[in-house]
Design a protein around this ligand. Structure first.
Ligand SMILES: NC(=O)c1ccc[n+]([C@@H]2O[C@H](COP(=O)([O-])OP(=O)(O)OC[C@H]3O[C@@H](n4cnc5c(N)ncnc54)[C@H](OP(=O)(O)O)[C@@H]3O)[C@@H](O)[C@H]2O)c1
Length: 234
């Protein structure tokens, strides 16, 4: 899909990777970028159109779809990470919140905007996932499960959207240098770098982007011995 002339809706666009997507899409020639945020007043980027959206609120998604009939690119970026043991008494509450935000919300957005994308010639969806769609570690179980669900839903949606010429790009990366990535050890990918790669992947018609060496390594580890998701033996 060509970014030039596109009209994008980016969720969670007030900070972090979402703000970088909004900036990057404008720089790549998007005609308009709707920057969605729970609090639209927190969107400070010049040149975008702030709109209100909590991705866990179906009525807000429906209202936005009624309002934004010109969208050609949906970027499902908003996400939360709550790292805690699955054995924690509050693990299920955290699991529900992460599924609602990271998997169900993006699905609701695709459901609501699919007819709009179809009416505007097909367009595309970008789903921001994670290397943790494929890898778990103690404490990441709930987040990983929500991103794995987002991955599986996206794989099914990609096939279903094909009939209306809508592409779906899944973006997987390891730690990104944002608020969410703060405190994580090791190398971090710059949000601007990831966005440039995502734009290039979308323009090349790729279904999937593995944005950094760690993500490539983990993906390869799915079929290696020992399997990467089994975890280190002690
Ligand atoms: N950072 C990493 O290391 C990393 C790695 C791989 C993948 N990712 C994924 O990348 C995406 C962006 O994350 P980030 O690193 O930019 O995180 P971030 O800095 O924590 O920003 C998260 C964004 O999501 C928004 N958000 C959270 N819940 C929302 C909801 N219910 N409705 C609407 N917006 C909501 C936040 O809005 P508020 O300001 O209102 O909270 C914020 O704009 C996420 O999907 C994340 O899972 C991140």
């Amino acid at each position: 899909m060509k970014i030039e002339g596109s009209i994008a809706l980016v969720t969670g666009a007030n900070r972090g990777l979402g703000a970088a997507f909004a900036r990057g899409l404008l720089a790549a020639g998007a005609s308009k970028v709707y920057a969605a945020a729970r609090d639209p007043a927190s969107v400070s980027l010049p040149g975008v159109v702030p709109v209100r959206l909590d991705v866990t609120q179906p009525e807000q998604i429906a209202a936005l779809a009624r309002e934004l009939g010109e969208v050609t690119l949906l970027v499902n970026n908003a996400g939360i990470a709550e790292f805690r043991s699955l054995l924690d008494p509050n693990a299920l509450d955290a699991l529900h919140r992460q599924f609602e935000t990271n998997a169900v919300g993006p699905l609701r957005l695709v459901q609501a905007f699919a007819p709009i994308l179809a009416g505007n010639g097909g367009g595309a969806v970008i789903n921001v996932l994670s290397v943790l769609s494929w890898l778990t570690m103690p404490g990441s179980g709930g987040y990983s499960a929500s991103k794995a669900a987002g991955w599986a839903l996206g794989n099914a949606l990609r096939q279903e959207l094909k009939a209306q010429d809508t592409e779906l790009l899944a973006v997987h990366s390891a730690v990104i240098d944002t608020d969410m990535g703060r405190g994580a050890p090791g190398e971090k990918i710059a949000p601007e770098d990831l966005v440039q790669q995502a734009i290039a992947a979308l323009q090349a018609g790729q279904p999937e982007l593995l944005a950094d060496p760690t993500t490539h390594h983990v993906h390869a580890g799915l079929v290696a011995q020992p399997r990467v998701y089994i975890g280190a033996s002690s």
